[in-house]
Ligand binder design. Sequence first.
Ligand code: BGC
Length: 754
Amino acid sequence: MDIDKIIAELTLEEKAGLCSGRDFWHTKGIERLGIPEVMMCDGPHGLRKQVGEGDHLGINASIETNCYPTASALASSFDRNVLHTLGTELGKECQAEHVGMLLGPGLNMKRSPLCGRNFEYFSEDPFLAGELGSAYIESLQTQGVSACVKHFAANNQETRRMSGSSQIDERTLHEIYLPAFETAVKKGKTRSVMCAYNAINGTFAAENKELLTDILRKDWGFKGFVVTDWGAVKDRVNGLLAGLDLEMPGGPGVQDARIVSAVQNGELDEAVLDEAVRHMLQFALECKGLQKEAVTVDREAHKQLTASLAEQCAVLMKNEENILPLSSNEKILYVGEFAEHPRFQGAGSSHINVPHPVSALEAAEKNGHAVSYVRGFDIHEKEDANQLVQEAVEAAKAADKVVIFAGLTDVYESEGGDRETLDMPENQLQLIDAVSGVQSNVTIVLHGGSPVEMPWINKVKAVLCMYLGGENVGTAADRLLFGEVSPSGKLAETWPIRLEDNPSYLNFPGENGVVTYAEGIYIGYRYYDKKKLDVLFPFGHGLSYADFAYSDIQISKDAFDDTETVTVTAKIKNTGSVQAKEAVQLYVKNAASGVRRPIRELRGFDKVELAPGEEKQVCFTLDNRAFAYYEPKIHDWFTESGAYTIEIGSSSRDIRLTAAVQVTGTKEIPITFTRTSTVSDLMKTEKGRSFMQNMMAARAKQSVAAAEDNVKNMGEGSDKIVKSMMYEMPLGSLVTYGAVTEEQLVGLLSMLNA
Ligand code: BGC
């Protein structure tokens, strides 16, 4: 259909109408022109399709459906295939329910473990989030359903999420908070982007031209449409001018009327409105073409799938003396109400209506694993903790091994609010303490969307983190605990020892609605590594029931420039006795640099499945972005020439193979020299160096002896001191101290800036 022709036939009112929803979950259609309305619904880890009254808080009813692991679990798979499978199956579910767009995935960075919505986000690392998010988007969209990446951008906390401003310097924004979205646009080809509620450096995302037009459309080539987060519009006309296309949810029409009058009174050029209308028409017509008839979904099969995905996401954090896996010959006791009622999803707009989640107890019974059970704690923290703990202690004494199912309950983390501490519920701490006092073989199975402190870590032998593993998390936990499958997840975020260690600690959640990202690029492991801080569990960490040997790192070339790509390969061998998967990680250790750089950054990952004794090769391709940092002086990525190290490891703190490469940067940073530029700036240029040499030579002729005497009198190391004092000198001072004349300085500056 010719979109220009449709636009020409639309009235001004119809155009304005197309830029807001019909209701909570639909765009508007125009029957006479064959424009369909499109339904969208929340995800991202299942469909929250509401047929009754809509809401964006997860309060009103939605259809019963499958609930998959949430993003913090999914990211721990370190496996694009997990996300491909999920995207594909969710796409089918959407088609079956006539849903044209699923609101997700959430690509915001985990700046602080306190963010109440971290369970919906992937990682503290932009590369990992971008790659996994793109895998999900690609597969969802292959099924003819649009993704909608959210929340663009810098929505990293829930406190004042609808009104606050995230203050971020240009480099940090581009290097940390934007790349996952960039990958979702360039690689995932997401057809929609949801703008965040918050402001960035004082301008609300919904009115932020730099974000919505300059970066998203001009720099990244985004071709889809931008929708508001629900209720994020501040000034509708400013929104359109900035590049915001669709307002959701639909309201009583006040904003549509505002658009109409803005065009009529000349405040808004109709061509700007037409652009937004064009994006919406493209979307609606595309959806119509992609809609599939009579798709059916086997809910039971998808329930099995949720278990298999959860298995691939769970992280075995600790396993002293190989206490896991459990064996059916042992007397096993399960403790903790989560064994009966697992927490498997987070609260808020992503909440899925699940008729019957499967617990570890139910799964054990089904799979013929004999376990006994005591409740140990009350999820709602209402009942007398002492009595429940006492029962658990008595039962624990009689068991060979105890597994405590613990973690954060619903009230501890949710959309709409941040946590204040990383503490687990007090009754659970009391339980773990008491049980580990009488039983030395304790395993903790953790449920929750983000890190907790573990004051008990040295009292237990194993920790298996399920995160929020979806409706069939119990089956996954059962199979992992009893060794029917080996754990293979790796942490997509650092677990600090204490909240206070987190880099954002002093600036979270900000004050008076302003949060300053003072830690800059040092988020997550970028910070902990630079500070050489001990952590509870590092980024990328996760154990297996097998062992893996890494060998034979090969690089296609060891010297190259930043316009080339290189291939890195390595061999991974399963030296254990069970079939298992290993998530192999590639980091680039940065060259000595003139700017702040993290020690290492994740630039590649791959997951391989290996039978005992089997060996496979992993292969990574690196381009310029693997070595570059974002340089505000050129508003672009920049690679410094130098020696970098390629590291391949099992975690960010378990590097197994390294290889050195020499990279040459081909871009230049233009510098403008002024009287306040320093001698050290000057010495970085060829012309500057030769000027200084000539100047020194001329001066040496005049007073070599005097200068040498002076330096000697200053004592040992004085050459160095003199040099550094001199290097710090502004060029203007060369005149003040009589080293050069005013004319010479003017000549120097014009020569340098020519
Ligand atoms: C959330 C979005 C969600 C939307 C619709 C908002 O409150 O921030 O993530 O997609 O509601 O429910």
